[in-house]
Design a protein. Structure first.
Length: 86
């Protein structure tokens, strides 16, 4: 029997970082489109815009807003994101 992990939550407006590149990314448009993973890169930081059904998170990156599953992103501690901004 496999244990399921509890759902990960992020606060709207918080920064997240890509830890694993998915096989493809889905745009966060009204009619989402699948895009190749090279529109984002490993380690790229984005801002959580909203939560979507199916445990997806709308995250704004430099190339646009994409729907990301929690398994591909991690929260950026506030002290690290503030230090890199200055």
């Amino acid at each position: 029997m496999t244990e399921s992990l509890p759902p990960t939550t992020f606060e709207i407006g918080s920064k997240v970082r890509i830890t694993v590149l998915p096989a493809y990314v889905k745009t966060a448009e009204t009619k989402p489109m699948l895009r190749p993973p090279n529109v984002i890169h490993l380690g790229e930081e984005g801002v959580v815009m909203d939560r979507r059904p199916g445990d997806y998170w709308g995250v704004k990156f430099s190339q646009g807003v994409f729907l990301m599953e929690a398994q591909y992103i991690e929260a950026v501690p506030p002290d690290l994101s503030d230090a890199s901004a200055s």
